[in-house]
Ligand binder design. Structure first.
Ligand SMILES: [Cu+2]
Length: 156
C-alpha cells in the first residue's frame, strides 16, 4: 500500500513545535521523504533557535507567543538532529530533537503491518473453525417415496 502521498501535496503538513529549556516538543518528528513540512515553532520561555543542518534550516525562536514559521522539504531518508541554535542556558547542548524521514508514510506502514499480522491469523482461524464442514451443499434431491426396505412407522 504505497505511498507517495506527500510529493504532490500542494499544502505542507503543519506541525506545531514548542521550544523550551531544554527540549523540543515533540522531540521526534516523522516525515515522508519528499514531504513538505511547515513547522510552527513557539518558545515557551526564552530565546531559542531551531536548526536542521541537513535541510539548511536555521531560525531564531524569540521569546513570545507568535510562532515562527519554518518550511522545508524532507528530501532525504534518514535521521536528522534538530538543534537549538541559540545559546539558552546550561543544558543548551542537550536541547535536541530528531527529524525522522522515511520513504513510507509511518501511519500507513503501521497499518500495513497490522494487516500483515492479522490477515493470515484470520485466514488460519477461519480454516480451523470450519475445516470439518462440507465445502458446498448440493440441493438434496427430494425423494417422494422411501425404498421398500426402509421400515416406516405403521399407522392404523
Ligand atoms: Cu534552547
Amino acid at each position: 500500500m504505497p505511498l507517495r502521498p506527500a510529493a504532490q501535496a500542494p499544502e505542507p503538513r503543519v506541525i506545531d513545535v514548542i521550544a523550551r529549556r531544554f527540549a523540543f516538543e515533540p522531540a521526534e518528528i516523522e516525515a515522508t521523504v519528499g514531504e513538505r513540512i511547515r513547522l510552527m515553532v513557539r518558545s515557551a520561555d526564552g530565546v531559542h533557535g531551531l536548526e536542521i543542518k541537513k535541510f539548511k534550516v536555521k531560525k531564531e525562536i524569540p521569546r513570545g507567543t507568535a510562532p515562527v514559521t519554518i518550511e522545508f522539504t524532507a528530501s532525504e531518508e534518514g535521521r536528522f538532529p534538530i538543534l537549538c541554535s541559540e545559546y539558552c542556558g546550561d543544558d543548551h547542548d542537550s536541547m535536541t530533537g530528531m527529524l525522522v524521514a522515511n520513504f513510507t508514510n509511518p501511519y500507513l506502514a503501521k497499518f500495513d503491518l497490522l494487516w500483515t499480522i492479522f490477515l493470515p491469523i484470520g485466514v488460519i482461524n477461519h480454516w480451523l473453525l470450519h475445516r470439518d464442514e462440507p465445502v458446498a451443499h448440493a440441493p438434496v434431491p427430494n425423494v417422494p417415496d422411501a425404498p421398500s426396505h426402509v421400515s416406516r412407522p405403521v399407522s392404523r
